[in-house]
Design a protein around this ligand. Structure first.
Ligand code: AHM
Ligand code: MG
Length: 334
């Protein structure tokens, strides 16, 4: 097996990095990897079986849930329940957090926040979707973990990652010591290290935003879009516009090529659309660990104090120089 390093091997190798962990975090990451493979199998055959389309229920945000959202939600909760390392799962698909009340899990050290299948409106048209997860250490020391254990700032994350179900399936994660990417080799059913120590270019020339909402954007965002479209050879402008409408896929591309992804406040989403705990914080941790930056337009995403489970935020995330420039315009035209 020359040259191949599987996710499992890599996690075990890196376990020594965590003086506080006795293998629990490694097992948690392994459990997430296993659930991701099961979800991948179903996503891959979405066009074949009658699992496609609306399930007819509506999630806490009032959005229609697709059947695969529900499937993915169930898979991740069940993997985290049987793994025994996690005492609470907070998921975008459920209005309350899910306490894991088994004898082994209730004293477990970790909290997982997860968006089991992000961008699910893209499934019906065979466009990449993703899973986003975030892991925190439990703060309380006895009894059942509580909401206070879940509402931690992004800076407290001990690990975060995403899975992209795209032209190939990848799992990308960080434990705060850089970012590593693994590609699923379907022939052996293993995630294999393919993108060691991922670094995001400091500057880039891709901007990703749903420009259809232009009229509803804050002035600073409008100015940034105009800046992105001006010809200036020295700064590689005009930038290229790329927007898939699937956060994981848009950010994954920009992470590798250099770029900025923006989901600002709009008239219909005055606090932004994306959720702080399930989407913004984990992606911000990964991007910062790769050398990029994430802001809500004025302050660092990872330093926002969460006050509720399904809190939303605007987000400007990507290559550091691009995000700083967008922040500058937000302040100047506030
Ligand atoms: P979801 O969690 O309901 O799937 O929504 C999140 C998705 C992101 O993946 C994507 O970037 C964004 O919503 C697209 O929103 P819009 O269609 O408003 O541009
Ligand atoms: Mg989502």
């Amino acid at each position: 097996m020359s040259g191949i390093k599987t996710l499992g091997q890599f996690i075990i190798e890196k376990q020594a990095d965590f003086s506080y962990a006795k293998g629990e975090l490694s097992r948690l990451l392994r459990d997430i990897g296993i659930a991701a493979k099961i979800v991948n199998r179903e996503v891959n055959k979405a066009g074949l079986v009658d699992i496609l389309g609306d399930a007819g229920t509506v999630n806490i945000q009032g959005e229609g849930q697709k059947k695969l959202d529900i499937f993915a939600n169930t898979q991740f909760i069940s993997a985290l329940t049987s793994g025994g390392e996690c005492c609470i799962v907070a998921t975008e698909e459920e209005d309350e957090f899910v306490p894991i009340d088994s004898p082994v899990s209730k004293n477990a050290k970790y909290i997982v926040c997860i968006d089991p299948l992000d961008g699910s409106s893209n499934i019906d048209v065979n466009v990449a979707v993703g899973t986003i997860f975030s892991i925190y250490r439990r703060k309380s020391t006895d009894g059942m973990a509580t909401i206070a254990d879940v509402l931690q700032k992004g800076t407290e994350q001990v690990a975060a990652g995403y899975v992209i179900y795209g032209s190939s399936t990848m799992l990308v994660y960080t434990t705060g010591k850089g970012v590593n990417g693994f590609t699923l080799d379907p022939s052996i059913g293993e995630f294999c290290l393919s993108h060691p120590d991922l670094k995001m270019p400091e500057d880039g020339s891709i901007y990703s935003i749903n420009e259809g909402n232009y009229v509803h954007f804050p002035k600073g965002v409008k100015k940034y879009i105009k800046y992105a479209q001006v010809h200036d050879a020295a700064t590689n402008r005009p930038y290229t516009s790329r927007y898939i409408g699937s956060m994981v896929a848009d950010i994954h591309r920009n992470l590798i090529k250099g770029g900025i992804y923006i989901y600002p406040t709009t008239a219909s989403s005055p606090n932004g659309k994306l959720r702080l705990l399930y989407e913004c914080n984990p992606m911000a941790f990964i991007v910062e660990q790769a050398g990029g930056f994430a802001s809500d337009g004025f302050k660092r995403i990872l330093e926002i104090e969460p006050v509720e489970l399904h809190q939303r935020s605007s987000i400007f995330i990507g290559s550091k120089k691009m995000v700083r420039m967008a922040e500058q315009m937000m302040t100047e035209f506030a």
